[in-house]
Ligand binder design. Structure first.
Ligand SMILES: [Fe+2]
Length: 237
């Protein structure tokens, strides 16, 4: 597939959508659009905050939304109640567009509880599953730790990591369903084998730069360089 056919767009809350929402701006979420330009189809990773704005943006780009991909169930990623606010997310997306919501099997009950979407709205995935967006293929990597069914998405030269790992640090493991031991396994075993030239796209704009090659992140992010579980638990557990 040619490079001009593949679309990977990084949208930042408060800048590229949800312009008038100061909380969205503070939370600094990234939403991703992965698509096939030739087919005019795309999926949206973690649609939240201003779903109407996101759908409008991709529509203006000539793309039809054919699915939503969920990294994990937290309301800043999928919608739902947060700090007394009701964040729009998957439920609103399904009002606007009829499309499947791709979720890790383990995360499905959590997503349902937070967003109110129905089991029939979801397609459940296991580690290694591939989702087709036109001719573009997106591989699901099960990366538990931040939540039980957190997943990263690998597509061509890109790795979308949600809150599993940021350019610096990783997602918290002290929320319900979080597990520091699983997080160590995810970061220091599962993600270890991935090639360093993948461009890492995190779930939040917490870094000096919005994305970076995995090799650079590995060199600077201590959570990815802990061979011993006990050491990880001591420092990050
Ligand atoms: Fe999260």
């Amino acid at each position: 597939m040619t490079d001009d056919r593949l679309i990977i767009r990084q949208l930042r809350a408060g800048r590229d959508f949800a312009h008038n929402d100061p909380i969205a701006g503070q939370m600094a979420n990234f939403v991703y659009v992965i698509g096939d330009r030739e087919k005019g189809e795309c999926v949206i990773v973690d649609p939240a905050w201003d779903v109407d704005g996101i759908v409008e943006t991709v529509g203006a780009d000539g793309l039809k939304v054919t699915g939503a991909l969920v990294t994990h169930h937290h309301p800043d990623h999928v919608g739902g109640p947060l700090f007394g606010h009701d964040i729009t997310g998957l439920a609103r997306l399904l009002e606007l567009v009829s499309c499947p919501v791709h979720v890790n099997r383990t995360e499905a009950p959590w997503v349902q509880a937070v967003t109110g979407i129905e089991p029939g709205d979801m397609v459940l995935h296991d580690h290694g599953d591939v989702i087709a967006v036109g001719a573009v293929e997106v591989e699901c990597l099960h990366t538990p730790g931040h939540t039980p069914g957190s997943q990263c998405f690998r597509c061509a030269g890109a790795l979308v990591t949600g809150d599993t790992v940021f350019l610096s640090g990783c997602g918290r493991t002290d929320f319900p369903g979080g597990d520091p031991e699983e997080m160590w396994r995810t970061l220091n075993q599962r993600l270890k084998s991935l090639p360093g030239n993948l461009m890492m796209y995190p779930g939040h704009d917490y870094g000096q730069v919005p994305h970076a090659p995995l090799s650079e992140v590995r060199a600077s992010n201590p959570v990815l360089n802990v061979p011993e579980l006990a050491t990880f638990l001591r420092h990050f557990g």
